[in-house]
Unconditional design. Structure first.
Length: 422
């Protein structure tokens, strides 16, 4: 029978001896079969409580995802390397896709396979350890997308004030879907909600979210969409740091709200989205107006409109009363008589003014006529003078202007006499 022994130098470590106690003083030690030695090693590992539940930190290399769903990788540091296997049942709970260079903490147990003589670490869970290669890759993706302008506030679109159709992408089994749908129906039951289920964690989550966004982009009736999940560790939210998902969100044709995790959780999707909500419930409140507030606003506007109409009616009624009391409306004939009298007076004044103007102009015309008559050269003929013209009609001014034999014309008051110069 195997004998259970303990060694103080191993502390709480126990091992089982699978072969008879040897005589240490024999010249020839008893030989073991390979199977006996392998069994001994396996039992030592199985009974060691440290090796049955342990966390190991290291860097991933030689990563391979098998078609069966199992994951195979090597965990290494500067001093050693360890073969790691993650069965499909555990890999299905993984919230991110491991990559070579990621620095992780693997939790599981050590097993020894005697048939192959291999020691393996059976990993039950895997999480990031600080800022390893994964975090460096995340920063690289973030810097690349920022340089392309995908984070610029200038490309952010405003949310519609009263969306008619609201899209929601999240897990159908989580509490987020129930909470968001409840808030939307309570706040704004007029909107139609299109629920698009998708994985929100695991190695296939990013691809499934991209598929859901692509399907939602084809729905032209969508006015806005919410994409998100509840809180969790960095590994749980890792799908929302995917570069393909960020680009799909940036090219989405309608406003997109990122609602991932809690208020302190940030992912790349938050920077690309048109609006980042601190929680999924907050996203529901941001996208949908409260119908009670809208009803109160409408009632307030209705009251203001009614008061405005009432004030206008009162003002016009007062103006009508004022006009009704005026004499021009109560006794319109008096107004016509007065205007007729004014017209008659104006007609009389215009006639008088016209006659006076004619008299003045006549006196002025006679004065101008007298002045012109006085300047008429023919008026001197009445006083016994005569005018002498040459045959060309030119008035003769001096005797030197004539020559012997010139024909002249002497003009007198009552006629003209022909003459010749001798």
């Amino acid at each position: 029978m195997p004998e259970l022994e303990s060694t103080p130098e191993f502390g709480r470590t126990f091992f089982v001896s699978c072969f008879p106690t040897m005589n240490l003083f024999d010249d020839e030690p008893q030989a073991l079969t390979v199977g006996e030695l392998a069994l001994h090693i396996r039992r030592i590992i199985e009974v060691d409580p440290i090796l049955s539940d342990i966390a190991v930190e290291g860097e991933i290399s030689n990563f391979k995802a098998h078609g069966s769903g199992h994951l195979y990788l090597t965990l290494k540091d500067e001093e050693a390397s360890l073969r790691v296997v993650m069965w499909k049942s555990s890999a299905g709970r993984l919230n991110f896709r491991p990559s070579n260079g990621d620095r992780v903490i693997a939790t599981g147990r050590v097993e020894f396979y005697g048939a192959r003589g291999e020691l393996s670490f059976i990993c039950d869970s895997l999480r990031f350890a600080g800022h390893g290669a994964a975090m460096e890759a995340l920063e690289r993706i973030r810097a690349e997308l920022a340089a392309e302008g995908l984070f610029d506030t200038s490309r952010k679109r405003a949310l519609p004030f009263m969306p008619r159709v609201i899209g929601l992408i999240t897990s159908p089994t989580g509490a987020v879907a129930h909470d968001v749908l409840s808030i939307l129906r309570r706040r704004f039951p007029l909107a139609r909600i299109v629920f698009i289920p998708a994985k929100v964690q695991g190695m296939d989550a990013a691809a499934d979210l991209v598929r859901a966004l692509s399907w939602a982009a084809a729905l032209e009736e969508l006015d806005v969409i919410i994409i998100g999940r509840g809180g969790g560790s960095a590994e749980d939210l890792w799908a929302f740091n995917d570069e393909d998902l960020a680009r799909a969100a940036a090219s989405f044709p309608r406003p997109l709200i990122s609602a991932v995790g809690h208020e302190t959780d940030y992912t790349i999707l938050d920077f690309v989205a048109d609006l980042r909500a601190p929680t999924p419930s907050a996203a529901a409140e941001l996208v949908a107006p409260d119908i009670r507030d809208l009803a109160a606003t409408i009632e307030s506007l209705r009251g203001r409109a009614a008061r405005a109409v009432e004030d206008d009616v009162t003002g016009w009624r007062e103006r009508l009363d004022f006009l009704r009391a005026r004499r021009v409306l109560t006794h319109p004939r008096d107004r016509l008589v007065l205007q007729r009298e004014r017209v008659g007076e104006l007609h009389r004044r215009i006639g008088l003014g016209a006659r006076n103007r004619v008299k003045i102009e006549r006196r002025l015309l006679a004065s101008r006529h007298a002045e012109l008559s006085a300047l008429d050269p023919r008026r001197v003929l009445d006083r016994g003078y005569a005018l002498v013209e040459k045959t060309d009609g030119k008035l003769l001014r001096a005797a030197s202007e004539t020559a012997r034999g010139d024909e002249l014309k002497i003009i007198l008051r009552d006629g003209a006499i022909a003459a010749r110069v001798e």
